[in-house]
Unconditional design. Structure first.
Length: 389
């Protein structure tokens, strides 16, 4: 089987090079998502052909000409569309570059297209190219335009593109509300790197220093629940406990003022993803206090939940509507999304013996490594395509 993959990213090595131009040290979620998915597909099919306009625009580089040599990693071929870095012109060049690249491919049976529909130029080229070549196409839907797209025209174009695919990969069951009724789909909340299975276990700070470290890593915006959780952590007043917060957002200034008054709260700033992951493995608890009331939570599954679970460290989360019940036995739940509710949840968690908490966390790690790796999830997509078409 051959997979044509349309998106706007690149190999991890090239991405790090681009990040050095942008003076950014962290990997964007979409780069991590698609990089792992491509590697997972490569483990399940004969060939993957990627078409990308690269994650570069006027906001991140002054380069007028965006051009990078094609790359190959094993059975994955990366073709980067050369473009002029100007609005509209760039998108047109990405569209025609992707379309012509598809049309130049040698015809082959068992060819399917997988596409990030949010990249409009690539998605429209995939749609047209698949129609001309009579190839079935599946959209990976990680966001719904109606939930995030502020521009009326861009929202219309993305919704137009979304409805033109033959099948879908959704993050949650609720996403099917925005696609034509009757079209086939599968739900795939996300994936973790299969290589994580080989990561050596780490001793926690609780074991080595007697310090109960709680970590939140992500966007530090009050709307994501970090404000009530920080207040709840302070109110819980758990002996030898420390809350470390990684990331950036509109709550940073307030957080730093709280940290100045309460030394058990520490703002760690923005760190490299590898450093954060290493710290997560040494922590006693990882938290995602995202409120469940906003309607967008029906259509999302936070990637950090997967990262937390594969770390082997206990995770505490709210009862997100997009989180299937199969996850419940492996996590601790915040059912009262207030500072009092967070304080009570933390007290109940730390009242449990360390060994009991660790056992449940290891079960969570085993669950995602068995069912949610990039290789396992990609196999579901391949099997789905084979069964449906």
């Amino acid at each position: 089987m051959r997979i044509i993959y349309g998106y706007s990213n690149c190999t991890d090595a090239l991405y790090r090079k681009i990040c050095s131009e942008r003076n950014v040290s962290t990997m964007a979620p979409d780069q991590k998502y698609h990089s792992l998915m491509i590697k997972g597909l490569a483990a399940n099919v004969d060939e993957v052909r990627c078409f990308s306009g690269l994650p570069i625009n006027r906001a991140v580089t002054a380069r007028k000409l965006v051009s990078e040599p094609d790359e190959q990693e094993g059975n994955v071929h990366y073709h980067y569309i050369t473009t002029l870095n100007f609005p509209v012109i760039r998108q047109l060049m990405v569209f025609f570059g992707t379309l012509f690249g598809m049309l130049r491919l040698k015809k082959q049976k068992d060819t399917y297209a997988v596409c990030d529909f949010l990249n409009v130029a690539v998605a429209m080229a995939i749609i047209v190219g698949c129609k001309l070549r009579r190839i079935k196409k599946i959209a990976i839907v990680t966001d719904i335009p109606d939930m995030f797209d502020s521009g009326s025209m861009s929202k219309k174009v993305r919704n137009f593109a979304l409805r033109r695919f033959d099948a879908y990969v959704f993050l949650t069951e609720y996403m099917k509300e925005f696609t034509p009724e009757g079209k086939p789909y599968i739900v795939m909340e996300g994936h973790v790197d299969s290589e994580a299975a080989f990561a050596p276990p780490q001793e926690t700070y609780e074991e080595t220093l007697g310090k109960k470290v709680v970590i939140y890593a992500g966007n530090i915006h009050a709307k994501y629940g970090i404000e009530y959780f920080v207040n709840g952590f302070v109110k819980a007043d758990i002996p030898d406990a420390e809350l470390r917060v990684y990331g950036h957002g509109d709550y940073c200034e307030k957080l730093q003022s709280i940290a100045a008054e309460h030394p058990q709260v520490r703002y760690m700033g923005v760190k490299d993803n590898a450093e954060v992951v290493a710290e997560e493995q040494r922590a006693s608890l990882l938290v995602n206090p995202r409120p469940t009331a906003p309607i967008y939570t029906k259509y999302s599954f936070p990637s950090k939940n997967m990262e937390y679970m594969v770390s082997g460290t206990p995770m505490m989360t709210t009862v997100l509507p997009g989180m299937p019940e199969e996850y419940y036995p492996y996590v601790w739940l915040i059912e009262d999304e207030t500072e009092d509710g967070a304080a009570q949840a933390l007290k109940a968690f730390f009242a449990l013996p360390f060994a009991e908490r660790r056992k449940k966390a290891q079960a969570a790690r085993a669950f995602v490594l068995e069912n949610k790796t990039n290789v396992a999830q990609a196999k579901r997509i391949v099997d789905f395509l084979t069964e449906q078409f």
